[in-house]
Design a protein around this ligand. Sequence first.
Ligand code: F3S
Length: 399
Amino acid sequence: MELTKQEQAMLNGEEGYAVRKSLEILVALGEIFGAKNLIDVGSVQVSGVSYHNLGDAGLEFLDSLAKDGKVKVLTTLNPAGMDLENWRQLGITAEFAEKQNLVIDAFQRMGILVSCTCTPYLIGNLPLYSEHVAWSESSAVTFANSVLGARTNREGGPSALAAAFVGKTPCYGLHLNENRVPDVHVKVETEFSKLSDWGALGYAIGKKAENKIPYITGIKTAQLDELKSFCASTVTYGTKPLFYIKNITPGSDQQTLPKETVTIEVSDIKNAYDSINDNIDEIDFVCVGCPHCSIKEIQEIVNLIQGKKVKEGTELWVATSRTVKQLADKRGYTVTIETAGGKFACDTCMAVAPLEGRFKALATTSAKGCFYSRQNLMKTKMGSMKECIEAAVSGKWGN
Ligand code: F3S
C-alpha cells in the first residue's frame, strides 16, 4: 500500500504509540484487502464497548491506547454493557459496573464522545452522501451506506478505533464504486402493516440474498424507524451492509436492475415470523429499541402504556441513546413510562448487556433482537410495538 510521507512518519512512531499501532492495523488490513492507499474519514463509530464482550484483555488493550492516543475525527461509541447511570436498576452487578466504567474512562481519555448508541445518526454523527466513514455496528453501517448514501465497510472494533486515531481508513470494499453495485433484484410483492414486518422482510431478504447487495422494488413508502429496523435485520440474516430501494434510498436511480431476481411474497414474511417466533405464551422480558428507539417510537410507547402497569415478574426495557432519553425527559415521556413500571435502558441493549440466564422469554419489535437473545438462551416473540407493550402489561403474548 502506498503511504504518504505523513503516514509513513506515523508508522515510524512520530505521533506516539497509539497512532503507530493504528497505522500498523490499517496497513495490515489494507494489504489483506488489496487497498492502494488510505482515505480520509469524516467520522467513526466504534463497537466493542461492552465489558461483557471485551473482558480484561480488551480493557488492557484500550488502556494502552488511551495512554497517548487522541482521536482525530468525530468518534462515537456503540452500546455498552449497561446503562452508565442507572445500571443498578437494570440488575447489573457492582463488579461489572466497575469494569465497564474503566472501559468508558479509557474511551473518554481518547477524546471519544461517550454516546453509546447504534443510532449515531439520530444524535449528531450524521455523514453526508458519499462521505467516507469508518463505522462498526452492523445496523448503523447498513443505515450509513444505504439510507444516507455514505461509504463504510463493516469495521471491527480495533480497525474503527485505528481509523479514529489516524483519521483515515484503507480504501477498499464499499468505499469503491465498483463494489457498490447491486447484484440481486428483490421484488417485494407484499404490503406491510407494522414495524416488525420490516424485521421479517429483512430476515426473508437476508436468507434469499445471502452475501449480496439487494436492489429492492415494490416498496412504495418507508419511514425512518422502518428503515432502521430493516437495516438491522437484513444484515443480521445475511446480506451485505448495503441495499437500494427504488425511489426511496439515495443512488437507487443510478443503478441498473440486476439480472438475478428473487421474489418476496406474503408466505416469505409469514415464514420469517414462524422462524423467529417460538411457541411460548409467558413473557418475562420485553425490550424495545433495537436499533435504539427514536423519540417518535418513545412517543408511541407512551401512548400505548399511559395509565397501565407493567405486570409484576415482567420487565419492560426501552433501549435508547442518552440524548434521545433527554428529549423524552423534557417531553414528560420518561415519567409516564417509569410510572407504568417500564425502565429506560440508555447506553446499552439486549445484545451486549450481560443477560444470559436472567430471562426466559423475550418480546420485542426487532428481528435482530430475537437473533441475539436466542444466543442468550431466551425464547423469542416478535411483533408490533402494541403487541410488545400488551405483553409487558399482561405478562403474556397475544392476550
Ligand atoms: Fe443496536 Fe443492540 Fe440492536 S446494538 S441494533 S440495539 S442488538
